[in-house]
Design a protein around this ligand. Structure first.
Ligand SMILES: [Fe+2]
Ligand SMILES: [Fe+2]
Length: 346
């Protein structure tokens, strides 16, 4: 009896999956351009995220065919059918996922190769804005600003002593810290939103985006520098202290917390600039960029470490601006939700 029920349930689910795939293909086909990387419109992204396992597998493909839309639909439908079968075959190997139907469909890159990452999706990739002003600086005027600035300058002393000019190792270790403030701030704003029944103005997502972006910096750096056991131990200790200290600080004074992060980002820009100098002088080998970095920042296939450092430094400049901006909002006696959050700003 149970077997009959399971078989019937499986058939109904398969039928629903195929119907929805067909509907999504229509959306993707009508929005595709001729040669560029195809990103789904925002409505489609929402659809993707909310109904994840109904995804089409054609989001990141390029289309230069002159065939009609109807032909493309037919072709896509056939491809998706085979994709469903191939995914089902994969899922069949992982029996637990198969039952719940939450397997990730296969995605393709613009060159037709399979999307290799589970940790980020094609629509989360971007080209870094390298035009950002790297020299912008918030001049500390108030007591809190000066306190934040001095705190960061003091924190830099042991960092300089410990790492000296080992910028690869330094970047990797500091990224383990850099990804904490966005997560803490986002989490606390999330809880506040729940407590007060209020929207956050997009700031929860903006801060969590920052944390994710910083974590991707770490995932990139760790491909280049393998942490030693004592460095792992140091990360463990620093994370334990820093997470709790920043949590308390953000509860007590979000404007000071954001200001400190703003100055930390200014220091990060400085560190990556020094890193670049050593790469350019030959002191650090300009090795090929890790594959994860090439896909995340949409870098050319022959990109190098120098290209990676340049895009990470641009990200840090964006984080600097977001955090100083957030602090300024608080300094003006307002809450973050009163100013639209800079979503997707990196
Ligand atoms: Fe970073
Ligand atoms: Fe940063």
């Amino acid at each position: 009896m149970n077997r009959v029920l399971l078989t019937a349930r499986s058939m109904i689910r398969r039928s629903l999956l195929l119907q929805t795939l067909t509907r999504n293909i229509t959306i993707s086909s009508s929005s595709s351009s001729s040669s560029a990387i195809v990103r789904p419109p925002s409505e489609t992204i929402l659809l993707e995220h909310s109904r994840y396992y109904f995804l089409s597998n054609r989001y990141f493909s390029s289309s230069s065919s002159s065939s009609s839309v109807a032909d493309q639909k037919k072709e896509s439908k056939e491809e998706n059918k085979s994709s469903v079968i191939s995914n089902d075959a994969k899922v069949a190997k992982a029996a637990v996922s198969s039952y719940w139907g939450v397997s990730r469909p296969s995605l393709t890159k613009e060159d037709g190769t399979e999307w290799p990452w589970n940790c980020f999706m094609p629509w989360e990739t971007y080209r870094a804005d390298l035009s950002i002003d790297l020299n912008k600086h918030h001049v500390p005027k108030t007591f809190l600003d000066k306190f934040a600035y001095r705190t960061v300058k003091i924190l830099r002393i042991p960092t300089d002593i410990f790492f000296q000019r080992r910028y690869g190792c330094r970047a990797m270790m500091l990224e383990t810290v850099a990804a904490v403030p966005g997560m803490v701030g986002g989490m606390l704003l999330h809880l506040r939103s729940l407590r007060r029944f209020q929207q956050s103005g997009g700031w929860i997502k903006a801060l969590l985006e920052e944390a994710e972006n910083e974590r991707m910096h770490l995932m990139t750096m760790v491909e280049l520098v393998k942490p030693k056991w004592y460095e792992r131990a140091l990360v463990l200790t620093v994370q334990g202290v820093f997470f709790n200290a920043f949590f308390v600080l953000y509860v007590l004074s979000p404007k000071l917390a954001h200001r400190i992060v703003g100055y930390l980002e200014e220091e990060a820009i400085h560190s990556y600039t020094e890193y670049l100098k050593d790469i350019e002088s030959g002191a650090i080998e300009n090795v090929p960029a890790p594959a994860i970095a090439i896909d995340y920042w949409r870098l050319p296939k022959d990109a190098t470490l120098k290209d990676v450092v340049i895009v990470i430094r641009a990200d840090e400049a964006h984080h600097r601006d977001v955090n100083h901006f957030a602090s300024d909002i608080h300094f003006q006696g307002k809450e973050l939700r009163e100013a639209p959050a800079p979503l997707g700003y990196h």
